[in-house]
Design a protein around this ligand. Sequence first.
Ligand code: NAI
Length: 695
Amino acid sequence: MTAEYQVHGAVAVITLNNPPVNGLGLVTRTAAVRGIEQALADPAVKAIVITGAGKAFSGGADIKEFNSPKALAEPSLHTLIATAENASKPVVAAIHTVCMGGGLELSLGCHYRVAMPGAQIALPEVKLGLLPGAGGTQRLPRVLGLEMALNMIVSGTPVASDKLAGTALFDAVFAADADLVSEAVAFATGIADVRPLPKVRDRQVDYPNHEAFLQFTRNTVKAMSGPFPAPLECVETVAASVTKKFDDGMKFERERFLHLIQTTESKALRHAFFAERIASKVPDVPADTPVRSIRQAAVIGAGTMGGGITMNFLNAGIPVIMLETRQEALDKGVATIRKNYEATLKKGKLTQDKLEQRMGLLTTTLAYEDIAQADIVVEAVFEEIGVKEAVFRELDRVMKPGAILASNTSTLDLNRIASFTGRPQDVIGLHFFSPANVMKLLEIVRGAQTGKDVLATALALAKKLKKTGVVSGVCDGFIGNRMIEQYSRQAGFLLDEGALPEQVDQALEKFGFAMGPFRMGDLAGNDIGWAIRKRRAVESPQIQYSRSADLLCEMGRFGQKTGAGWYDYQAGDRKAYPNAQVNAMIVQHSADIGVARRQISDREIVERLVYAMVNEAALILEEGIALRASDIDMVYLTGYGFPLFRGGPMFYADTVGLPNVLSAMAQFARGYQGDAWQAAPLLLKLAAEGKGFNS
Ligand code: NAI
């Protein structure tokens, strides 16, 4: 049973009970329908209250049933709602804490709704690329009016129940200290004999001149929703609540819901939703693995990354001691952190109190002894193995037993870093992305000897810092940068063959990337890639690169920080202006290496860059560096600006179809630098089996 049935006087109380949020899964729906039937059959019962146990009235659909036949099995949510609405005795929804999606739709099918203040009321389906499909679009406007219902349905944002007191959504909102069930029972007793039973479906949505308002809304929503069809579909279905009879509106809602559920955009959003949840699960690290407590952090290096990482801890209320080699570096680091907070304050997103509170958690030092008692230390010093070695030997010397020793290295061998200590089980990679106080991604790098409890602690810490933690094994570049390397190499080859930076960037930006590869290079600093290529030239001389990026660096054009890179930049302006000399350098370079430049289509540009990443990702999966394809998608959605509506590179490849990806790759293999296109065995295998990465 996942709904309890009790009788209080003449009132039956049905309590949904399916933790954590009373999702309306098949068993819960069945129990709720039975409860209503039982109450209707009992002559002693005059009215029915439906409420939820624990931390919710109901959070809506049971996500465990998503994409499973159970979601549609009878009694469906529609049947449950109809059972409540058609009941011959009054049904009262007693709402508290969380009432969302299908939960709100169920309550709208009840004859009365009473609520505790502060309950979160929402129809969030749009966030998964859908619309409320169980009458929400037709019933909510009938109680809240057209404007407010549209706002809630198009944005999916929760509104507190007390803000909705006085609307027809609620018949009563009780005091904060009220006992919901006894108040609801008293309410139900009071209305038990009222007939006819009020039904939301019988109400009208009055909005004079609604067509003009709807047209205005369509324009606004269209401009804001980019490639996603759901927000506009929400507008159209809510419009039907004004323009159509209730039953016709319901039919229309059903039809548009079934359309949306098939769209790639909705599938991509649902994929990302589940990918985020599953990323924190590591097969050999069970959920009950003990975690170490993190009450005090230390950060080594107060540069770009060290400062951002420190802010993450401060934001989560964890005190930080920053350590540097020089006082000036500390002062500069602290000043930058304060400046960042002040910018947030100016935007109205932080109060002066909170700012001081956070700064108050920050202390600095030049002495390792001062950080010895920290529970975790994150190193963010120069990317040189010698510097890392010196730091980790010091940490091994001073840190208390059980402290977690983390490195933010982006390319160095974590196992080697661990070997500088006598406690490799405590060493882990925490690879933050720049700007570290903003970017959601945290690659958690698991060394060969990293302890399971250390990994579990890092995953829990990611949540605490509001990051998406994705576990990666040790390899050059981990998941994200190893793939981006193939993407950047192709971008370089395209320049050799006939493209210019703005064409490549525009093609990728049209595809949906936040930024094309050359603008990204200018932002990150082209000198970083230059240094990596110099290292590779020694370590792996067989890897080919276009020389154009080196020639650019030789021109001193490192990117935005020097005011010039692939593009020119002007002070106070982030716009990228093409530069004639750079473009001439690119054309000259093609001549120098004897490549006849050709017209390259945007489609080829996108395929070359994206499939190069996909192929590398297949190797990453095969080698076990990533645990699952959806983890790779999470890395790209949260750390690299991959378009969300395409679901990440692996999801995208599945959408295209792996045989199609392979045939494009075979064609590229016959072209310039074709050696780069050796298909990964996993890609070949999955394509041959008719499978996808995520199947
Ligand atoms: P940065 O040059 O801005 O900062 C490094 C800081 O470390 C400097 O303030 C320096 O004074 C300090 N430092 C150097 N040696 C030290 C030592 N022995 N003890 C204490 N402090 C020392 O460099 P950034 O960009 O912050 O990079 C730091 C680390 O983060 C590197 O490992 C880098 O690969 C990694 N990383 C960088 C990203 C980026 O986009 N900049 C992204 C992800 C990781």
